[in-house]
Write a protein that binds this ligand. Structure first.
Ligand code: SME
Length: 163
């Protein structure tokens, strides 16, 4: 049996592999950070067909909503709260197959069923988290982890290039 089922004939990994160079090209030569992050979120939403994708920036003792694609979301998340606040606190990628089983999950949309959150760093400290939500249970796996880490690396580089 195939490791990844795909009705369109293209696997999730292939979709990421096709999208990544396009995202790199999209942000090349542009140093406005918010413009770049906004386009990266749109590229992820429409390239990967995600339910919700967005970034939260560490500002003081909270995460504050940045560019996103999808339904409206909570604006501020305290450190340690929800999946996003936990990813910040633990400095680790968190993959949640069923958000109802994650104690403290913050439901921005009742349609959200599974989630992956990846921390991004600046000077060895968490600077932002990338949050992707799905309306299907257990929709994220090691493939998402691998390629979304590459997206996080692009955002980290762009953040460091910022004037
Ligand atoms: N579910 C997240 C909150 C952000 S929204 O999903 C966009 C959490 O528990 O941290």
């Amino acid at each position: 049996m195939a490791e990844e089922l795909s009705v369109s004939g293209i696997s999730k990994a292939e979709r990421y592999q096709s999208l990544l160079p396009q995202i790199n090209a999209l942000v090349q030569g542009e140093n406005d950070f918010i413009a770049n992050v906004s386009n990266i979120m749109a590229a992820l939403k429409y390239g990967m067909n995600f339910f919700w994708v967005g970034i939260y920036f560490v500002k003081g003792n909270e995460l504050v909503l940045g560019p996103f694609q999808g339904t409206i979301a909570c604006t501020r998340i305290a450190k340690g709260k929800g999946v996003c606040g936990k990813a910040w606190e633990t400095e680790k990628i968190i993959l949640v197959d069923d958000v109802d089983q994650f104690s403290g999950h913050i439901a921005c949309s009742s349609s959200s069923k599974s989630e992956i959150v990846l921390p991004g760093f600046k000077s060895n400290k968490v600077n932002f988290v990338l949050d992707v939500d799905s309306d299907k249970l257990a929709d994220f796996d090691e493939t998402d982890k691998k390629y979304l880490q590459q997206i996080v690396a692009i955002i980290e580089t762009k953040s460091n290039e910022q004037k």
